[in-house]
Design a protein around this ligand. Structure first.
Ligand SMILES: NC(=O)c1ccc[n+]([C@@H]2O[C@H](COP(=O)([O-])OP(=O)(O)OC[C@H]3O[C@@H](n4cnc5c(N)ncnc54)[C@H](O)[C@@H]3O)[C@@H](O)[C@H]2O)c1
Length: 356
């Protein structure tokens, strides 16, 4: 069943009605330490049926998306007698949506869940399309399911308390969606790189991203073909994100994807004919947006993660590339040397000192 998606600062008004109509046997809320403070009170103000629901809190940050917290969530559901008619409401960013969706999809072989994404990245990406997952042994999302929530409520008002760094992280996925879907919009964005997304209407960007991702994932829910295009930037990006989790200042998801897209634009140019001029325009745009990042690693650091990527086939590393803005070109399996070249390319772009 396709998820109901409501977008707008009046979207949460429908939550109470949905909960009472569906007659769930019990309702639980999942939050992290930040979303409990900044977002849960707003949700409960608009949906009073949630005021008495037990709240499960996990620590904030990517480290929260692991087996220990899965166990914590399942234990609460079990001890409080959740059954297959129960509902789990995930109030948080991509971390909470991923582990909450996963917990709900495996508990008693699947209970109902709703996403209320609270970061830009979760609104335009993580909460849409039904992928759930947790990290294991430093590998991103290696344990996961495909499971559709009953509904997703995109309430942009939450962005008021989000840090500038987290907001920018979400812009990376919005940029990816525009690059994949709309050549005209891409050219008007990169035509004015110093402004970044400054002059764009955030609501329009959110709406476009949600509708684009939803249209792809509705057609190919289990990623047998079309959906693979959404992995653009994510082969190198996930490797960078996993590797950075070992350091003192881990990359945010969107930051890793921005650097990953830079390497994969290079591969798109080399292997799929992506125009050089557009490649550099996109890279200048990304570098300006993420001028606070400085990457420090050697290419060999990434290969263990690249070889463990779940998209690989016959031990070859898979990349979803583009032939031009708005035109995905399918999946490619570059040679080791080509992958190495793409890592060196992105390193050159992202190794200079951050702009203060
Ligand atoms: N399932 C998918 O299709 C999909 C797609 C993209 C990304 N993801 C996953 O999403 C995760 C990243 O998501 P994210 O970037 O949202 O990170 P996140 O969930 O870790 O949130 C980032 C930080 O912002 C805080 N926060 C959240 N909402 C807030 C608010 N409104 N005000 C103040 N602080 C707030 C969080 O507590 C956290 O500290 C990664 O694990 C990634 O793998 C999943």
């Amino acid at each position: 069943m396709e998820a109901y998606v409501a977008i707008g600062n009046d979207s949460l008004l429908a939550l109470n009605q949905l909960i009472s109509e569906k007659k769930y046997s019990s309702v639980f809320i999942l939050v992290d330490s930040n979303t409990r403070q900044f977002c849960l009170p707003l949700v409960q103000r608009q949906a009073d049926l949630l005021i008495s629901a037990p709240v499960i809190e996990i620590p904030a940050g990517e480290g929260g998306k692991g087996l220990a917290n899965l166990e914590k969530i399942i234990t609460v559901l079990l001890k409080k007698n959740a059954d297959r008619q129960s509902l789990l409401v995930n109030v948080g960013g991509g971390m909470v949506c991923d582990i909450g969706g996963f917990s709900a999809s495996v508990f008693k072989r699947g209970i109902n869940f709703i996403h209320i994404p609270t970061t830009l990245l979760a609104m335009v990406d993580a909460a849409i399309g039904g992928k759930t997952g947790i990290n294991y042994l430093e590998k991103k999302n290696v344990i996961g399911t495909y499971a559709e929530p009953d509904a997703v409520f995109v309430y942009p008002h939450f962005l008021n308390t989000l840090s500038a760094r987290e907001l920018k992280s979400g812009y990376a996925e919005i940029f990816k969606h525009i690059l994949l879907s709309d050549s005209k919009w891409f050219h008007s964005l990169v035509g004015n790189p110093l402004n970044g997304f400054g002059e764009s209407d955030l609501f329009d960007l959110i709406r476009h991203s949600v509708h684009f991702k939803k249209s792809i994932t509705t057609e190919d829910f289990r990623e047998n073909g079309l959906r693979k295009i959404l992995n653009f930037g994510h082969t190198l990006g996930h490797a960078l994100e996993s590797h950075s989790m070992r350091g003192v200042r881990p990359l945010r998801h969107g930051e890793a994807i921005a650097a990953g897209m830079t390497g994969e634009l290079f591969l798109s140019h080399k292997l799929a004919g992506f125009p050089q001029e557009d490649m550099y325009a996109a890279i200048v745009f990304l570098r300006n947006l993420f001028n606070h990042i400085q990457l420090k690693f050697v290419p060999d650091d990434l290969f263990p993660y690249l070889h463990a990527d779940k998209k690989n086939s016959n031990e070859k590393i898979a990349f979803s590339l583009l032939s031009s803005p708005g035109h995905p070109a399918g999946v490619f399996y570059p040679s080791h040397d080509q992958v190495l070249e793409s890592i060196n390319f992105l390193l050159l772009e992202f190794s200079s000192a951050p702009v203060q």
